[in-house]
Write a protein that binds this ligand. Structure first.
Ligand code: DHB
Length: 390
């Protein structure tokens, strides 16, 4: 053997032991969320939720070391898309997670399809998102899933005339349609449909219209982070004392902001999939560990979805015995079921959307702090938008 040949064999052996072997043992997960800008609370909650899962379950699964790379897209879809491409090309990311707003999740869909990398949507909630790539799986929720049960609750509770107010983009349009259609089918009347801008909304003129309409109730969807500003304006206009009942999806009485909303929020009824006050041993342990790890911050529905996004990925890797091929991971995720802090959940194998309980909750004071206290539950709700098409 020539000495050159001997050296190259030695180099190859060394590379086998060190370089590629190590690289193969790492699974990089890209968490792309807004950490700055209007949706920064979503990023903060998602990062804390994903990190807590790793902290509580260890950073290895099926012989692979999980490395979470958190990237701030500041809520700009072109940035989200570029970060997704970079994570796959440069960091060899095997899964992407996060997406704080619908347009951000949509921007990544073609990237996930092209690269065959799972896109785990842990925030955005417009129903059609999962239809945009066979590599999208969702652990958050859909607006039809949350809004349709609110209409049912109104019909059962003698509310007949409602004004709807929603943020004017995908999830708001879903909420308006699914609340409105179910409500009108059951004999209710939508008096007016109001849409507010997604960016920096000033609610005052819209709430004046609500006052003039004088409906029995106002149904609201706003994305996480806008609830406190809305509630402040609602109270300042005297609407909390005007006889107009406030009802909403749980995005408005978001646990991230609820404690600071003040007494105007008391009695607001919402439908949603997660409350920090959910009464289960899994949730009590989750909330305690989350608050301990995050200087007392209360987890909201974004945190739990990111926690469950990691839970889904860990279980899928377990099932594939550590194989990171996108098709194998997606196949493993389909039909997966587990107990989340929010209750029992599963991934619908046909739609890749989460199936979960939707709870009816009322804002109450518990030990002096405001919480969404659950008083009814509709079990195992599938996304109604896709169920209607099947
Ligand atoms: C979306 C964002 C939110 O903050 C939320 O609470 C619900 C939906 C979205 O953009 O899809």
């Amino acid at each position: 053997m020539t000495s050159n040949r001997r050296i190259s064999i030695l180099a190859a052996a060394a590379a086998l032991v060190a370089g590629p072997a190590l690289a193969d043992d790492v699974v990089t997960v890209g968490l792309i969320v807004p950490m700055t800008g209007q949706q920064a609370t979503t990023g903060k909650q998602e990062q804390a939720g994903a990190n807590l899962y790793i902290q509580l379950h260890g950073d290895t699964v099926a012989g692979k070391k999980i490395v979470l790379e958190v990237k701030d897209d500041a809520g700009a879809p072109d940035v989200t898309k570029r970060l997704a491409q970079d994570l796959i090309a440069n960091d060899n990311a095997k899964a992407l997670m996060g997406f704080g707003l619908t347009p951000l999740a949509l921007a990544v869909a073609p990237v996930a399809t092209e690269a065959k990398v799972p896109e785990i949507v842990t925030a955005a909630a417009t129903a059609m998102i999962t239809e945009k790539s066979p590599y999208i799986v969702r652990t958050s929720f859909t607006l039809p899933q949350a809004a349709a049960p609110m209409a049912q609750w109104c019909l059962k509770n003698n509310i007949h005339k409602v004004v709807t107010l929603v943020a004017d983009y995908g999830p708001g349009n879903d909420a308006e349609k699914w609340f409105g259609d179910v409500f009108e089918k059951g004999g209710g009347q939508i008096v007016e449909k109001i849409r507010t801008p997604l960016k920096a909304p000033d609610f005052a003129p819209f709430l004046q219209r609500v006052k003039d309409d004088a409906p029995e109730a106002l149904f609201v969807f706003l994305p996480s982070g806008q609830g406190a500003a809305f509630m402040k304006e609602f109270a300042e206009r005297g609407l909390d004392k005007s006889g107009v009942r406030l009802i909403a999806t749980g995005d408005v009485t978001d646990d991230d902001q609820l404690a600071d909303m003040g007494d105007a929020a008391l009695g607001v009824v919402t439908t949603h999939h997660y409350s920090a006050a959910h009464d289960s041993p899994e949730n009590k342990a989750f909330v305690a560990a989350f608050e301990k790890a995050n200087a007392g911050m209360r987890p909201n529905f974004m945190a739990v979805a990111a926690y469950d996004g990691m839970a889904l990925l860990y279980q899928a890797l377990d099932k594939t015995k550590g194989a990171t091929d996108g098709d194998a991971l997606i196949a493993a995720m389909k039909g997966m079921s587990w107990t989340s802090p929010r209750g029992p959940v599963s991934i619908d194998p046909d739609t890749r959307d989460i199936v979960q309980n939707i709870y009816v909750r009322k804002v109450e004071k518990v030990d002096g702090a405001l919480y969404n206290v659950e008083f009814d539950a509709i079990p195992a709700v599938k996304d109604p938008y896709k169920a209607a098409k099947q």
